[in-house]
Design a protein around this ligand. Structure first.
Ligand code: TYD
Ligand code: MG
Length: 426
């Protein structure tokens, strides 16, 4: 059960009085008429600005979600420091940490001098009152789960509180043309409401992900009313904060050893940017009972589909084998174009044939076993060429004499398996 404050439905309250002397009708305008592009507040951190679609839009509400400790506060403090030094009025409200803690972090990041106004407060009313008189252009609320509104008796962090506080802050953003950044912790148990509760209210939702054990972090836009989604920004967490990585492929392929069977480089796309990463498969005899299938960094259902195609269309018997699949470096892939790379990794491991170490693979596999073309073939091949790869296994359509590297096109998954069998025979 969720507690709600007893009030008129939002939007029908006294904030929108009906104008006098005008019929209460709809005001209609042409879709085609010109409206200017929204101005942007650029943080100067390219990886962040690109994910936002070119900077923060004034008056927008943005949710930054992520696991606790992943670096949300660090990222926002770094971005705010840049904005504040460009003369934007920035307020950072921390409900989680004391002023001293935020100061200490700023010192560590070398940002002690930046003109950010700090506050440590959790009462929504006090925050809103303060913001109204200070009139900032950007506000960070770290985090939405610590705020409480006196309209409700529920504890901070419950669905009702998180929703009510976010609603008020979003309304403040629109009314005062102030960019509001809400931090939301992803929570595993139901005790505290996660960022999903506010996703639909805000203009943009950015998720900050990564494995704690790895140094790099990925910022992903999953919703953006002012720009593209699926755009990612890559950062590396170091001693002095987050460092933007402008060439992530090099990072994800770093430390890749000599060609071993089961290892494949997938030429993927993340938003508008090509991203090369390594997919590893291990096919091992199952000890007993039902064979295991474990996937890290890719969709398990999708892998089951690829396995079914390999078994029924390509004559590879995997029924008594354990299969493990891993996307190296902790990256999460959700492109169907990875199908062919996954199939290649599994077959390579099953037959114990390494693929050419300077080759990349991409392509979608349909249930019939056909390899279907995927978008942005050219960008993928160009990125591969840039990183020193000299051949690709790709769908038919990418076979173009203008391709920057040699393309071995395959029309079906069976052709791929045949190719690997031939290599095993050599
Ligand atoms: P933080 O921004 O506090 O995470 P969140 O706000 O998402 O909970 O970052 C926490 C982690 O980042 C912490 O474990 C320490 C690490 N860190 C660094 O490695 N280098 C740094 O310069 C900073 C500020 C943090
Ligand atoms: Mg934090």
């Amino acid at each position: 059960m969720v507690e709600e404050a007893a009030s008129a439905p939002l939007g029908t309250q006294a904030t929108t009085p009906r104008r006098k002397g005008r019929a209460a009708g709809l005001e209609l305008v042409d879709l085609g008429s010109e409206s200017p592009n929204p101005p942007r507040l650029c943080s100067g951190i390219d990886e962040l600005d690109r994910v936002c679609g070119g900077g923060f839009v004034p008056g927008s509400a943005i949710l930054v979600g992520g696991d606790p400790g992943i670096g949300k506060s660090t990222l926002l403090l770094q971005a705010m420091a840049k904005l504040a030094s460009d003369s934007a009025r920035v307020i950072y409200v921390s409900g989680e940490e004391a002023i001293d803690q935020v100061r200490r972090r700023a010192k560590r990041l070398g940002l002690s001098e930046s003109p950010i106004a700090l506050a440590s407060e959790t009462s929504l009313n006090s925050i809103l009152d303060g913001l109204k008189s200070e009139q900032p252009s950007v506000v960070v609320i770290d985090s939405i789960q610590t705020l409480w509104s006196d309209q409700l008796t529920a504890a901070p962090g419950t669905v009702a509180q998180v929703r009510a506080c976010a609603q008020e802050l979003v309304r403040f953003a629109k009314k005062r043309n102030c960019t509001v950044l809400l931090v939301g912790h992803v929570t595993k148990d139901g005790q505290i409401a996660g960022p999903r509760v506010v996703e639909h209210m805000v203009d943009a939702v950015l998720y900050f992900e990564g494995e704690r054990s790895h140094q790099f972090r990925i910022l992903r836009a999953v919703k953006n009313r002012f720009g593209p989604t699926d755009e990612i920004g890559v950062f590396e967490m170091g001693d002095t904060g987050l460092r933007p990585i402008s060439n992530p492929s090099a990072l994800f392929l770093d430390g890749r050893g000599d060609a071993a069977s089961g290892s494949v480089v997938f030429a993927g796309m993340e938003g508008t940017r090509p991203l090369l990463c390594e997919i590893q498969a291990l096919v091992a005899p199952a000890a007993f009972g039902t064979p295991r299938r474990a996937v890290v960094g890719w969709d398990g259902g999708r892998m089951a589909m690829v396995l079914a195609v390999l078994e029924s269309r390509c004559g590879i018997d995997l029924s008594k084998r354990d299969i493990f699949l891993n996307v190296a470096g902790g990256l999460k892939i959700n492109e169907p174009a990875a199908d062919l790379a996954v199939a290649a990794a599994i077959v390579s491991s099953a037959l114990d044939v390494p693929l050419p170490s300077k080759g990349v693979v991409y392509g979608e596999i349909s249930l019939s076993g056909d390899v279907r073309p995927v978008g942005r073939s050219e960008s993928r091949l160009k990125e591969a060429a840039k990183l020193g790869f000299d051949q690709a296994i790709a769908p038919n359509a990418s076979d173009d004499e203008r391709a920057p590297i040699r393309v071995n096109s395959v029309a079906t998954a069976y052709e791929l398996v045949q190719g690997l069998h031939a290599m095993a025979g050599e």
